[in-house]
Design a protein around this ligand. Structure first.
Ligand SMILES: [Ca+2]
Length: 499
């Protein structure tokens, strides 16, 4: 039996066993619904409740007032596909092999949708997927949907008006009417209304495309709320020739416009839960896959992939009235991407499979005032461009320590005293003990995931395609890893061989 066969069989046995366990434990009480709201590129700092002086996010501020704000939530790898794979599997990017964009998440991975479905949930997914690796506009058949049944999805687009999607099992591409977040919200509301009284609870995964660039495509009425010249920039913003001040301000205006649009959508969804009387039995999560540099440290608006909080810290709000009691609570303990799934499984009384590498942190939610002195590991393994430097880093509630590959540069920040990370303490004799301690913590976390000593981007040139098993070569091949492009590459090679 080959490895693939073995793992497919193992996966079936595990999901079957979990399904059986859930069936036995199914009591008369309905499990809570889960509304998981994921945004794209919404940095933790850009929210009213987080102290942003410009942005208007009244509904998210209300959500923060009524629930838990995980104040130090880290993106395990600040780029779409690796983050999304880690979120859905509870595993680190090098364990799944999902460390660059546009890769295929193998069917044998055990994922959020499958686990909730096996535990008796209705499952639904709307919006951006970015885990299929078969081309950004390809139809994704049911066997590649990782357990999500209701499905209105496009792999990836950065068009937000009249954007395209596939409607369940119809292979003909459709178009959302108008600004897609608004149309998707109406669709989500209709689904929730339809399934609110089902015997089964629902897991509804809402994956917004914004506030990811292009920023100028935000709704005009919302952009008008943010006159560029009135915006207060972060003190660590540095202008460049390509992005002078006026350009950064214009990008920020659009970014905030998208943020306020999504804030409105979240408000509409919350109103629907209230209107149906299911808000008390619904876990609501609001988060993002990664942040946005927006000119901080001289990195262009649209950049992530850099070793700073603007790229790596994301919002994470949690509301579930039986546990959150309608009172605002802030948790400083770092929450990492692979921790999210096991934490949700624990809160919904679903068995956590041993494939999961993240930690169940539900105790932080259940016990007000509890904190754990842990460190969250974050990484860039093979960044999209050679202009970006691979790194590994650990974020604690107070400090950020990162080691970059290839250039050997190290960063150490006291984020409490230096929230804009402008004073690198690395090499400072007064910070020597802290430096040693943080380097040790990074090593510990890397050893745990089998990534010590970590390698530079060059090591990952000969990446093995998880779907075809065909190794490829050459730098910067991330976008060529999808099956469709691989076929094109092979056809080109064959043609050349014949000539
Ligand atoms: Ca993204």
């Amino acid at each position: 039996m080959n490895t693939l066969c073995c793992s497919a069989l193992r996966r079936r046995v595990i999901i079957g066993a979990l399904c059986l366990a859930s069936a036995f434990s199914a009591s008369s009480a309905k499990k809570p619904n889960v509304l998981f709201i994921l945004t794209d590129q919404w940095r933790a700092q850009a929210l009213g409740y987080a102290g942003d002086p410009n942005v208007k996010t009244p509904r998210l501020d209300k959500l923060a007032e009524e629930g838990i704000n995980f104040d130090t939530t880290v993106s395990v790898c600040a780029i779409c596909t690796p983050y999304r794979a880690a979120l859905l599997t509870g595993r680190f990017p090098l364990s799944t092999g999902m460390y660059a964009n546009d890769l295929y998440l193998p069917a044998e991975e055990i994922t959020m949708g499958e686990l909730f479905k096996a535990a008796g949930y209705n499952t639904a997914y709307i919006g951006k997927w970015h885990l299929d690796g078969h081309g950004r506009k390809s139809y994704i058949p049911p066997e590649r949907r990782q357990g999500f049944d209701y499905w209105k999805v496009l792999e990836c687009t950065h068009v937000y008006k009249q954007s395209q999607y596939y409607d369940n099992n119809d292979p003909k591409i459709k178009m959302w009417d108008g600004y897609d977040a608004y149309a998707q919200t109406k669709d989500a509301q209709a689904y929730i209304r339809k399934h609110a009284t089902d015997d089964k609870p629902f897991l509804f995964f809402f994956s917004f495309g914004g506030p990811h660039f292009p920023h100028k495509s935000a709704p005009e009425d919302l952009k008008a709320l943010y006159p560029p010249e009135s915006l207060k920039l972060r003190p660590n913003v540095e202008f460049t020739e390509k992005y002078p001040e006026a350009k950064v301000r214009e990008e920020l205006q659009g970014y905030y416009g998208h943020c306020t649009a999504i804030d409105k959508c979240v408000g509409d969804l919350m109103d629907t839960l209230d209107e149906l009387g299911i808000a008390d039995n619904t876990i609501v999560v609001f988060t993002s896959d990664h942040g946005e540099m927006m000119g901080s440290h001289g990195k262009v608006p649209s950049a992530k992939l850099h070793p700073y909080d603007e790229a790596n810290l994301v919002p994470f709000l949690f509301r579930y009235p039986p546990l959150t009691d309608g009172k605002a609570r802030k948790i400083k303990t770092p929450l990492n991407t692979p921790d999210i799934l096991p934490t949700l499984l624990a809160l919904t009384d679903i068995e956590i499979p041993d494939t999961i590498e993240g930690e169940d942190l539900s105790v932080l939610i259940k016990e007000p005032g509890k904190e754990i002195g842990r460190a969250a590991l974050t990484m860039q393994i093979k960044p999209q461009s050679t202009l970006r430097i691979p790194y590994r880093g650990v974020r604690t509630a107070r400090y950020w320590y990162a080691e970059q590959a290839d250039n050997g540069e190290k960063l150490l920040f006291d984020c409490e005293k230096d929230p804009y990370q402008m004073n690198n303490l690395y090499g400072n004799p007064e910070a020597k003990a802290l430096q040693t301690k943080m380097a040790e913590r990074l090593k510990e976390e890397l050893v745990k995931v089998g990534d010590y000593p970590f390698k530079g981007a060059g090591h990952y040139k000969g990446y093995l395609d998880r779907k075809t098993g065909i190794p490829k070569d050459g730098p910067g091949t991330e976008r060529k890893l999808s099956a469709k492009n691989l076929e094109k590459m092979k056809a080109k090679k064959n043609k050349k061989a014949k000539e």
